[in-house]
Design a protein around this ligand. Structure first.
Ligand code: AHR
Length: 502
């Protein structure tokens, strides 16, 4: 089976915003406690941060990390997480029925970000709280000193302002499960007033308002239209979320769901353009896809934990163990974001450690790369520069999501320095190799410098602490350049990265 592709160096989609490879850490399960922070751990540094985890996070090179939630933020008092640790209150977290001891708060999180080579993307609570708490939080974080809130930060030991520029105005406020859930009008008004107050402090902030929690919400996409109607002028991005599952165990249907993601982005792009026109605005709001991932493996275990009549500390919630099949899905999701980098400026894999995450840890023990770590790693490393518009012609299949889904899912990125052209390709065919034939236009003297392949005989194969390399990439050499064409055989059910020097 053959797929023909044409790539031309001048046929550009967009310059990719490197924030497409951002991440997310919530006070949920063992993401913070036992994830990034475990004071008694053999690798813990002087601040209690696990250095084995820090090494893996740095390797992912994720530019921003969203914090502190998620659902958690909608009943969070940021003041609980600052000041002397011994005096911080223990609270009940209503989102995840967990005890929260507040041993990590914004100051420690910013310290962790500095060590992890990432930047904070902070969320304010627009569920149980509002404008006033948000403006105080901002002043505490970003004002140099000489005011009540900034001096309080200095007294707490952080004399330099954190200078956080990227802020989320609440989380999933369309969701009835959210503490302080609101109608689109109520939320849009609140987001607008909060944004105006925050800009009163600093005009240059980038503010993200809540779109739909997923494209199956009853209020979608009217929610986005109504919210943006209220706050188009004061916002910079609208947030979307989407999680993927293969509950019915049908791989081809599962892998076709990336097309739904593409439709979601197209639809909200249309809503943005509609409100932009209505407002006679010159500004185009961007999409911040600040939660995405596969999430279903842990559903049953989570139900059992949440059904218990107790309030545990850092329970094993949302601990999806990812398999090889999920590598193909995550590869396809990232390809979609690259192809839709005209709209999507920020995307956060949800989440980063232990909770639906590419990095897993054992309490007191090992940290390792889950299977999905790898497609994220390669996209983050080589998916920066210019996304190129490909012409793809190859075999397709019909799925329950959509018809004519291409077996080959591919994206291409021309690096910032212009020297490398990288293809990210998923062969969704269960049993047949795809002969990839790419006509290279405007790329003279191309040479294959690296080809990476991920494949496995068992779609359900996973990595564990004992066997951390069961699913891992290997270097292969099937790709050749001949007569201005790249030709490579892509194995059935495989994820591939092919890098050319150009
Ligand atoms: O990432 C897990 C949860 O999924 C987040 O807390 C919430 O925003 C979403 O529903």
């Amino acid at each position: 089976m053959k797929t023909n592709v044409v790539v031309h160096r001048d046929f550009r989609i967009a310059t990719i915003d490197s924030r497409l490879y951002s991440s997310f850490l919530e006070h949920l399960g063992r993401a913070i406690y036992g994830g990034i922070y475990e004071p008694g751990h053999p690798t813990a540094d002087e601040d209690g941060f696990r250095q084995d985890v820090l090494d893996l996070v740095r390797e992912l090179d994720t530019p921003y990390c969203r914090y502190p939630g998620g659902n958690f933020v909608s009943a969070y008092n940021w003041e609980d997480g600052v000041g002397p640790r011994a005096e911080r209150p223990v609270r009940l977290d209503l989102a995840w029925r967990t005890r929260e001891a507040n041993q990590i708060g914004v100051n420690e999180f910013v310290d962790w970000c500095n060590k992890a080579n990432t930047k904070p993307m902070l969320a304010v609570n627009l569920g149980s709280r509002g404008l006033d708490a948000a403006r105080n939080f901002l002043e505490y974080c970003n004002h140099p000193g000489g005011t009540y809130w900034s001096d309080l930060r200095r007294k707490h030991g952080w004399s330099n302002p954190h200078d956080v520029k990227l802020w989320c105005l609440g989380n999933e406020m369309d969701g009835p499960w959210q503490v302080g859930h609101k109608s689109a009008y109520e939320y849009g008004r609140l987001a607008d007033e909060t944004a105006k107050a925050m800009r009163g402090f600093d005009k240059s902030l980038e503010l993200v308002v809540c779109g739909s929690s997923n494209s199956d919400m009853k209020t979608y996409p009217e929610w986005e239209a109504q919210v943006l109607e209220q706050c188009y002028d004061s916002a910079d991005h609208i947030s979307l979320h989407m999680y993927f599952a293969n509950r019915e165990k049908n791989t081809l249907n599962y892998l076709a769901r990336a097309t739904k993601l593409d439709r979601y982005i197209t639809t909200i792009g249309g809503v943005i353009d509609y409100i932009k026109a209505k407002k006679r605005s010159k500004k185009t709001i961007g999409i911040s896809f600040d939660e995405w991932n596969v999430w279903y493996h842990s559903n049953q275990q989570d139900k059992e934990i949440l059904a218990r009549d107790e309030w545990p500390d850092a329970p094993h919630l949302l601990e999806d163990i990812y398999n090889f099949e999920d590598v193909l899905q995550v590869g396809g999701i990232l390809n979609t974001f690259i192809r839709r980098s005209d709209r999507v400026r920020i995307a956060c894999i949800a989440q980063l450690v232990n909770v639906i995450a590419p990095i897993m840890t054992e309490d007191g023990g090992a940290a390792w790369r889950q299977t999905i770590y790898y497609p994220f790693y390669y996209a983050s490393r080589y998916g920066r520069g210019t996304a190129l518009q490909l012409v793809v012609d190859g075999p397709t299949y019909d799925s329950d999501e959509e018809n004519d889904v291409p077996y080959l899912d591919v994206s291409a990125v021309h690096s910032e320095d212009g020297k490398t052209l990288t293809f990210f390709a998923v062969n969704r065919h269960p049993s047949t190799a795809l002969d990839l034939d790419v006509r290279l236009e405007g790329f003279a003297n191309a040479r294959v410098v690296e080809q990476v392949e991920m494949t496995h005989g068992d779609l359900e194969a996973v990595n564990t602490a004992a066997r951390p390399k069961t699913v891992a990439p290997v270097n292969v050499e099937s790709g050749k350049i001949e007569d201005g064409r790249l030709r490579a055989a892509l194995k059935p059910f495989s994820y591939n990265v092919i890098r050319l020097s150009v």
